[in-house]
Design a protein around this ligand. Structure first.
Ligand code: UT7
Length: 351
């Protein structure tokens, strides 16, 4: 049995806000943002768009790809949606607070009538955790065969637009992959001069360090600190961040996770075609690459255009690589990320 990624998709809202645009809102400038983060722009959802709207578009684009590339026998995305067994959504910005889960809204709009649906709330690690959750459920249940794993965010709704140290960092978007459980050995792809490879998810590392919970936190609105009747709300619920602490954590866990994934499968960096990191800060990725002696070109970065889209950043990047033909069947791909919680993780995938 193999759990294979058979299609990808994304949806990024059209409204593009450049660093120059940000400099008109807060005391910042293009040079600071670029040099400290690698970000040049971010895309922001319009006021009438919720996270499920972005997620549903990314999901349809994924299902369309599976049809177009003849990965499945179904004739239309709608027909394919009906075969889904599971919808897993990584997000921190659900449509509704707590209930219902946003994945249920997505399941309903896709017409995925027989699918179970669940949200995974681990901040920016949402896609990595979501992929492993879906793969584990597919593996453990003989009846389950297909899952959509989505990472989607409207971070613009939980951003303090007066805080220059955070508001320049975030953007909105959604990305998705379609997973299929294939029997037997799954799809075997020949590799150059090596052992044939089985496509699919090979190994995942997941971790957490809750001692850092305060480094990325939305303080108001939860059971610890609920809104009170009659209270005047001065600011929308927003992320507060200790940037330096998150930065140090990120460099450490990214370095360790990449090294462990390779070590546990007896791989060297030459075996890896691409590393797709969470797009939070280009400097974090460069620092981790330097520690590991990995050339910068191994890492795929699109942070310049989209900024940090939290759990959407990895599936958006995977879709861009996949559609542009930069990933070939049989390529070994590592995803790696970190986020609030604090959480972290990585997946090793044969594409
Ligand atoms: O998905 C996970 C989410 N979060 C992260 O991944 C964030 C991880 N952390 C980081 O990426 C970096 O720590 C930041 C990009 C957030 C900050 O970069 P830094 O090099 O750690 O800057 P800093 O916080 O040490 O601030 C340096 C200076 C400060 O001024 P002073 O005190 O030295 O005068 C800040 O006030 O930069 C100032 N500053 C800015 N200046 C212009 C902070 N934000 C801005 C800004 N524009 N937007």
């Amino acid at each position: 049995m193999a759990i294979e990624i058979i299609a990808t998709g994304k949806m990024v809202p059209p409204q593009r806000i450049s660093n120059q645009d940000m400099a008109e809102k807060v005391d910042t400038d293009d040079e600071w943002i670029r040099s400290h983060t690698g970000i040049e722009a971010r895309h922001i959802a319009s006021a009438d768009v919720a996270v499920s709207d972005l997620a549903v578009e990314a999901a349809w684009n994924t299902l369309k790809m599976a049809i177009d590339r003849a990965e499945v026998g179904e004739k239309s995305p709608e027909e394919l949606a009906e075969t889904l067994d599971l919808v897993v959504l990584g997000t921190t910005t659900q449509d509704f607070y707590g209930c219902p889960s946003t994945s249920c809204l997505i399941q309903n709009r896709l017409g995925a009538k027989k699918a179970a649906a669940m949200d995974v709330t681990v901040a920016c690690s949402g896609f990595i955790y979501g992929l492993e959750t879906a793969a584990a459920l597919l593996s453990s249940d003989r009846r389950r065969g297909r899952a959509l794993v989505i990472g989607a965010e409207t971070l613009s709704r939980i951003t303090d637009w007066d805080d220059r140290s955070t508001c320049v960092l975030f953007g909105d978007g959604a990305g998705a992959v379609l997973l299929e459980k294939r029997d037997g050995e799954g799809s075997i792809v020949p590799s150059e001069g090596g052992v044939p490879k089985r496509r699919g998810l090979v190994r995942t590392i997941l971790g957490a360090d809750g001692s850092g919970w305060e480094y990325l936190v939305i303080r108001r609105g939860g059971s610890r600190n609920p809104w009170k009747t009659g209270e005047t709300v001065e600011k929308n619920p927003h992320v507060e961040m200790n940037g330096r602490a998150v930065y140090n954590f990120a460099v450490k866990v990214i370095t360790e996770t990449i090294a462990r994934l390779m070590e546990e499968e007896s791989l060297t960096i030459d075996d890896i075609a691409r590393i797709v990191p969470h797009q939070a800060n280009a400097r974090i990725v460069q620092a981790a690459g330097k520690r590991l002696g990995i050339p910068e070109e191994k890492f795929f970065l699109n942070i310049a255009e989209y900024a940090n889209t939290s759990s959407a950043s990895i599936p958006i990047a995977l879709d861009e690589l996949n559609r542009s033909g930069k990933l070939r069947r049989g390529d070994l791909v590592i995803t790696v990320g970190f986020g609030g919680g604090l959480t972290y993780g990585g997946n090793l995938i044969v594409w």
